[in-house]
Design a protein around this ligand. Structure first.
Ligand SMILES: [Zn+2]
Length: 593
């Protein structure tokens, strides 16, 4: 590996010139042309005509290539707006992207509606054509979804209106957050930080610092709560109104369908978690003890128990990750090394960047880019490993049919948490001192607490908020109450102070691209733990089995995926219990130490 890595990403190899890139504009113009052609083809497609089979095959081929290019362009725009929240040219591109996605949405809606006209028996036969059999699952999913939606003109209208009436709220949220600053007092001086920078300081070993940062962040979010309650209420209102017109009663219908999972699977997962929460409450109480507190507050959960906070430079962190990946999968390690050296990662700690982390794919160039802010903590290293897991997932799918490359969030989070776990587990094993081992083990347990408690709180909040929203606007005060209620339940009343502003500070509630951006994380975590347990049992041959599983993630339901690759039934608690069992072991080990 290179001696010193550059923590800024290289976007120029994709399209030179940033938001002013002429090549990018040309690429987008080409997409527009392709979409026009596709639109005409779909328009002329006659599902009852003589040649409907060959016409359909041609449309699908065109659709695959156009969708790939659109994803490529979309990824570039995401990178531009994340790296500099003040880049106004990038904002314009974000708007342009929304228009293109909406147009593509309208085209596929039109196509899917035509598929309904094809009688079931002919449809079955069509899916058996050699050109289509590989993507039969996805095509059938689209047709089924179309059956459950409104007639074409209405869906097209919803899609078009969503650009400014729905997704704009998410954009507005980003704009407000990007302009926020948080005043932190450090060594008697007042310093101004972006929200992302300030949040990184919440893991300080000094409780006074944590409390101060938490309070300052809370004040900053509270100050803007009137605006955030607008963004949240209106995007939720748009979503609910759409569901109402389609006759969809339950707010979970769409997220479950998107994640290709059954309600029974979700219920089995939460039930197994609730049954095991006592172990994590024990951990939280033990931790309070160690910190000399009666009870923990929400800003204490991620605090280190040991005083030695190890920080590592970006290059050290990268080397650590590559080494740990190596022990499990040389292919994954090789990929990560390449991503670091080719500068596929934006990790620099500087102002003006969007907070949080993500990984985005450029399927046309077969590349990915990772975005985060790296300040040297072990949690930064986890985030980096996490995003590299996403990137690797895309990497093994590069030669899969474009229409089979779209996997849902729950399995997307499988690859990422799996990568995180390899790093975490190996670190515990390699710990030099008891203190180091304790700190690393804690890191792992904290991840469990996050998925079983923090994410559970988000799920409970969001479910209840949407119910409340059906009756009308929900005030920011009520949002605060709903949030604290959800947190109390999810953490089993084990904390002293909760975080009422979490509904504004957590970006995920404001994402319009996908609803309920929470339970898929927990699913991914436990699913990957299940895979991990299976891998340990199976040993050597697992690297290729793992790749085979990842490559199937875009073409079947999660229940089918688990059956085929793990021989497990996700609708039953057993699978989940066994995965949680591994996390409970961590708590027991922690107590022993
Ligand atoms: Zn992720």
């Amino acid at each position: 590996m290179q001696l010193t890595l550059n923590p800024r990403w290289d976007l120029d190899t994709l399209f030179p010139g940033g938001s002013e890139s002429e090549q990018f504009q040309a690429y987008v113009d080409n997409i527009k042309d392709e979409m026009k052609e596709l639109s005409v083809m779909v328009e002329q497609f006659n599902p009852q005509g003589e040649d409907y089979e060959s016409e359909f095959v041609q449309i699908i081929h065109k659709l695959e290539t156009t969708v790939k290019k659109l994803r490529e362009a979309s990824a570039f725009v995401s990178c531009l707006s994340a790296q500099n929240v003040k880049d106004e040219k990038a904002d314009i591109l974000v708007g342009q992207r929304s228009v293109l996605s909406a147009e593509m949405g309208s085209i596929t809606t039109k196509l899917d509606q035509k598929l309904i006209i094809i009688p079931d028996s002919s449809w079955e036969a069509l899916l058996q054509l050699p050109e289509l059999v590989d993507i039969a699952f996805v095509l059938d999913e689209n047709r089924t979804e179309a059956k459950e939606k409104l007639p074409e003109e209405q869906e097209v209208l919803i899609n078009d209106l969503a650009v400014d009436g729905y997704h704009a709220w998410n954009q507005m949220y980003g704009a407000i957050v990007g302009n926020m600053s948080v005043e932190i007092e450090e060594k008697g001086e007042h310093k101004s930080y972006s929200v992302g920078q300030a949040s990184n300081k919440l893991t300080s070993p000094d409780r006074k610092v944590r409390k101060h940062v938490f309070d300052q962040l809370s004040n900053a979010w509270e100050e803007q709560s009137a605006l955030f309650s607008q963004t949240l209420n209106h995007l939720a209102g748009f979503r609910l109104e759409t569901y109402k017109h389609r006759g969809w009663e339950h707010v979970l219908k769409e997220p479950l369908a998107i994640n290709r999972m059954k309600k029974e699977t979700l219920d089995a997962m939460w039930t197994a978690i609730i049954n095991n929460k006592k172990h994590f409450v024990t951990y939280l109480n033990k931790k309070a003890d160690l910190l000399g507190l009666e009870k923990l507050s929400i800003y204490d959960i991620s605090a280190p128990v040991t005083t030695t906070v190890k920080t590592s430079s970006y290059t050290e962190g990268a080397k650590f990750i590559v080494d740990q990946f190596q022990t499990f999968s040389p292919k994954m390690a090789g990929f990560a090394k390449m991503a670091f050296e080719e500068r596929w990662i934006e990790a620099e700690d500087r102002a003006g960047k969007r907070p949080g982390g993500f990984c985005t794919s450029f399927p046309d160039s077969e590349q990915t880019r990772i975005f985060m802010t790296y300040s040297g903590t072990s949690s930064n290293i986890s985030t980096l490993a996490h995003e590299l897991g996403h990137a690797y997932h895309q990497h093994v799918m590069n030669d899969v049919n474009g229409l089979n490359q779209r996997y849902a969030m729950n399995v997307a989070e499988t690859a990422s948490t799996f990568a995180e776990m390899i790093v975490a587990d190996a670190s515990v094993r390699n710990a030099q001192t008891k203190e180091e081992k304790l700190a690393l083990l804690e890191d792992k347990i904290q991840r469990s607490v996050a998925f079983f408690m923090n994410i559970h709180a988000r799920f409970l909040f969001e479910t209840r908020f949407y119910e409340a929203r059906k009756q009308g606007m929900v005030s920011s005060q009520r949002l605060n109450e709903l949030m604290v209620e959800a947190q109390k339940e999810a953490y089993c009343n084990s904390l002293e102070e909760y975080d009422p502003n979490f509904w504004s500070s957590k970006l995920h509630f404001h994402i319009t691209g996908v609803p309920f951006y929470n339970f898929p994380y927990t699913f991914g975590y436990l699913f990957s733990l299940g895979i991990y347990a299976y891998a340990k049992e199976k040993g050597g041959s697992f690297e290729d089995d793992y790749i085979a599983l990842l490559r199937d993630t875009g073409r079947m339901t999660v229940e089918e995926l688990a059956k085929k690759h793990l021989n497990a039934d996700l609708t039953k608690p057993e699978f989940w219990e066994s995965a949680i069992g591994l996390c409970v072991e961590d708590v027991k080990e922690f107590q022993r130490l």
